[in-house]
Design a protein around this ligand. Sequence first.
Ligand code: C2E
Ligand code: MG
Ligand code: MG
Ligand code: MG
Length: 281
Amino acid sequence: RAKKAGPGTVCFFEQADDRQSRDRKALQADLAGAIARDELFLVFQPFLDLRNNRITGFEALLRWQHPSRGLVPPSEFIGIAEETGLIHEIGEWVIRRACATLADWPEDIRVAVNFSAAQFHNTAVLQTIVQALADAKVSPSRLEIEITESMLLSKYSSAASVLNALLQLGVTVALDDFGTGFSSLTYLRKLPFSRIKIDQSFIRDMLVQPDCAAIVKSVISLARDLNIAVVAEGVETADQLEYLRQISCDEVQGYLISRPVAADGVRALLDTKKYRATYAA
Ligand code: C2E
Ligand code: MG
Ligand code: MG
Ligand code: MG
């Protein structure tokens, strides 16, 4: 019996594996043509400044409208894009589209763009950024690049040189998902980050787990001393917002303020007084 069940089980997993890899290959092939077919688009999620209850900018988040699968989230295709090298073309498209969209917004509003490790270690991206900013006629200071701690680990020196080159251009850099990687305080001291984004897992748990609150408070106070602004990600409740205000967090982002909106929803968000009335202290 055991002999029979053994191979049978293996076979079952192989079939599931095959299906998965076929599916992945199909998605890969579709993704290769997604830009040409105009299936990619950006949505934008606001940053709210807690000191004055004003929106200071938006993070650009990538979406793929697949012709038969429907809306595919980045968690399902960014990895594929990275493995296949498509991330360079896609990343360039994101930068250009984000800058072009930014041109329609008020001058005190910034846009933040997420980077993958491969993009970040390719210095050609600097030329793309310069060109995109020039074509859109927007100031470099209005563009922020979001990177994660893991991108600093493998090739620290190349990361440092790209970071410094971005700074030379006048583009700011934020450290995304802070606290989830191998956070090293050395990075904060040696690299020129303008902003730290505390990962949403800490924000989710901070009102129920005292150790989580301690970490959030410490990061905010450390960042203040280092002259780095702090964004809390994933704020979903009014209690979380109130707590973050009390401990002097600079900015918040999350479903409580707004879900990511399409480009034509940005104006409406900037014009509305809703968030001001609702969340004013
Ligand atoms: P991220 O940069 O940390 O973005 C935050 C994610 O959290 C977004 O998911 C956002 O929709 C979601 N989020 C925002 N507020 C809340 C909240 O209150 N509660 C919860 N539960 N979630 C919230 P999304 O858009 O699915 O993006 C996931 C990740 O995909 C991003 O994480 C980023 O790492 C990556 N990504 C998105 N767009 C791009 C891109 O253009 N290029 C690259 N390389 N990566 C991207
Ligand atoms: Mg981000
Ligand atoms: Mg994040
Ligand atoms: Mg995240």
